[in-house]
Each structure stands twice: as structure tokens, then as C-alpha cells.
Design a protein around this ligand. Sequence first.
Ligand code: FE2
Length: 546
Amino acid sequence: MLQLPTEFPDFGLTPEQRREAVRGHYYEWPGMDGSSGEIWCYSERFSYRPGEMVTLFVSSTAPQFGIVIVRDGGVETKVFEKTGLLARWQETPDQCSVEGCGWDATFEFRIGDDWPSGAYRVTLAADDRGGGTIESHHLFIVAPLPGRKPGRLLQVAATGTWLAYNTWGGSNHYQGITGPKRDQYATMVSTQRPWCRGFVVLPKDAPRVPVEVAVPPKTVPRYPHMEWAFATGHSKKYASSGWASYDSHFFRFAERAGYTVDLASQHDLHFSPEILDGYDCVVFVGHDEYWTWEMRDAVDAYVERGGHAARFAGNFMWQTRLEDEGRRQVCYKYRARAEDPAYRGGDVTRATNSWEAPEIGRPGSATFGLNATRGVYAGWGGCAPRGVRGFPVYRPEHWAFAGTGIYYGDLLGADSHVYGYEVDGLDFEIRGGLPYPTAESGAPDGLQVLAVGMASQVEESADIPIEDQFLTDEDGRFTAETLFGEASDANLDKVKRGNGMIVNFPRGKGEIFHAGSCEWVAGLLRQDAMVERVTKNVLDRYLGKS
Ligand SMILES: [Fe+2]
């Protein structure tokens, strides 16, 4: 068994810096690196098809730069390189996170007809002012051309969540510099800005969110990922979202395991739902929190017609809307009932609130079988820091577990810590030692619960002073208000105990498998044989290989 250290890793921060790392609001902004200079880049879209032109918008303190483009798959393949490109420093509006940077176009290139679908990393490099190098990274997706795709997987990157967490420019759906006191999160975020540091590439030793510590009694929670981010100049949210922390681990695993995988963005799902046609299996992974109504329509119709959806992801939480041809994502979140125009003469079913808000009438479980507000935190902060690290298995005889040797009561993926840091669940009951969704749970007909672990919406400990709580009971109070109309203690008590599940169910002519945890990809990253086997069992069955 894995031996965990009993002390938190330390990145050399003072207690004040550690506090700032967790409580503070720090972010990427043009000019942040001072005298050494900077180079930044974005493209006008998240994804392109072969043969299309890509425009890069670059702002650089150096007059010249070079770019290298690499396809970031099971192996890295360089597809493009150019030096001596001309650049200049471009003015950026204060509210660029919301409005977009509005830079002038810098450089255009054509996607080769032979560039396979996948993620392409752009590295920009230039001389700094002191004889060194400045560098930054961008990422775009090459989406597949239409057509029948026998034997191929389509992975849909969680770009709505990337956008929600992107700290570049100061505002995202969590923290921000909007509002009269410049202290509010943004209800609208723009795609027209660079990705924050750590979304495209990360060093191998970057901590993940769940703590890898055998936590001693009465320990005040620490957050190694935010301390590392603060100490190394990465985004505060690098471990919460992004290609580097999440989506890439499934994509590389699948290619190395011999699958042919195509990649699309959630924007493709929204604007071109036909992108799913022709695939036998579509995959969603990682931290996958923000969806539009149209994206769900695309998946529901695809499965109804006979498609197979495999979701190895957690936190199916918020409805978003896309505006300005997809350049702006809207999500009012906690302020939706007070501020979202959907509540004032608009179509309330499109309110940018939790999917489980009754007025929307479309709980997450109607698409993927599980709900975010019945799940939530596990393995970090004061939320089950000593809890299960893997999924407790109740139905080991299910086809998904074939060949794993797993038994009733075993933990799937505990060594690789696949359970956390946000999980999705259902209200359930145990009968005869087996879990069943309750009648009020919202579970689709025929849903089987294969595994279920505990999760929490609140940090509750007599040993941890309130000022040392980061998660507190805020999310639990919000859930209580959303579901029951008032954030009272009585309602909080109804919602605060969550769970995370693996479920499987049919819909129409198709089927859905859902392991509802953000960290499933940690099992693929850490090459956990049992997690790999379950993943392959699902993919092979859905591709018609077994
Ligand atoms: Fe989340």
C-alpha cells in the first residue's frame, strides 16, 4: 500500500504568504513581469477544422518572436515552426477578462489538411530585456471533419470550465475585479484573452488538488496546490481546470493504449451538434462543471439515437449561455436569481443557475445520471481529508469491472486517488447491502449504482477556527437555498451530506457510463492498472470491440 507523508509539502512560503496564496486574489495581467518583459497570445476560437486559417493575437515587449506548434498526444509531434515574426506591445483594456483584449491580429497560418484532430500547443518565445528568454503557451484544438468514424473515440474537452476558471486579466467565474469595489467575480467572461499560466503545460511535480497527506489529528487544512501556484508564479486555478491538469491525461492515455481519439471543444458541441454523428463513443473527462442547454441537447439526442457517452468527470453544476457568437460565456451563478435577466422576462429555463434549480426543470441527472448538488467535495480542505481515496465498489460483477479482480467493498483507484476533489452523486438508500437511488433522486430509469463514496458540502470541525476555513458552509447554504428556497440551518442539514458515484444506465437506443469524479484522470496519469482496465472495459464495449 501507498505510504503517505504525515506533513504537508512546503514550498518555502511564510505563514502570511501561505494565507495570501489561498485567500488572496492574484492573477495574470499585462505588465506583471516588469522589466524582464512578457509575451502573450490568444486565438479567436478554441477549435478549428483541417484547412482553416488560424489568427494569433500577440502582445510582446520584444519586437520579434518565434513559434513552435506541437501536437500534444500520446507522443509529441512538431507540426510547425517559424522565427523572426514581428510583434509589438498592445494596449489591453482594464476589463479584458469580460470584454476581451481586442488586440490587432499578429500572425496567420493554415491548419494542414493532414493535421490529425487533437490538441496543439503553441510555444511563443522571444528575447527578454536582459539577455534571457520570455515564453508563453497557447493551445487550440483541431476538431475532426464530418463523416462516419468507426472505431474512433471523440473526446470533448471541458472548455466551458477552462473559460470559467481562466484567471488571465483578473476576472473569472470565481474571483474578479468587476463591480464598484473591483472585488466581484465576473458573470461574463471572454474567450478573447490568453490562457492563464499552467492551463496548457505544467511540470510533472505540480500538486493536484486532493491532499496526499495522512492528516494528523486537529490539523488545520492546507492547500498545497495554491501554495505551489503562489510560490512558482502559476495561476491560482491551474489545478482546478485546464488541458494540462485534466483533459490531457485522458487523451494521452487513450492514444498510448492504442485508441484513435479525436478532440472537440464544447463550443463545437454547442454550435455543431452534428460533430457527434458517426462516433460510437463520446468521452467527457476531468473537471466538467459548465454546460449550455444546447450542449446537453446534443448529447441527449446522440445517446437517444444509439450513441454511447462515457463520462469520467465530476461537478456537472452550472448552466451557462454563450453570446457574441461564442466569444462570451455568461454565468451569474450564486447571483442568478437576483441578477440574471432570464428571471426578469427572459426564458427562466435558461437561467445561469445550478441545473438543479427547480425553475430550470432539467437536473443534471437527466443527461448524465448524477447531480452536482448531491455530490461535491472530497479529499481536500475540511471535506473528508481522510476519506476514501477510491470509489467503494458495491457491484463488482458489473461488466465494467471485468478482469480487475475487484471485490465487494474494495476501493477502486485508492492508490492513484481517483475519488475527489469534486464528485457527483444521487440521493440513495442501502437495501440488502446494495445502493439504490431513491424515488425522488432524479435518477433515470434503469440506473444502476456500481460504486458510492461519501462527500461533503461543508467544513465542519470543532477543531478548525472559522477564519481558517476556506470552503466553509457557503456552497451548502447556496444549495439549500437553490433547492428549498431558503439557506436555513434546517435546509442546510438536508443537503450537506453528499456522495460520489459510478453509475450506468440505458437511454433510448444508447447508453451512458458515468464515473462522477474530477480525479478519474489521476488514475490514468498515475497508471493505476485497475482504473485503466475499467476505462478500457467501458471504451471497448462502447466501441463494439468487446
Ligand atoms: Fe467545480
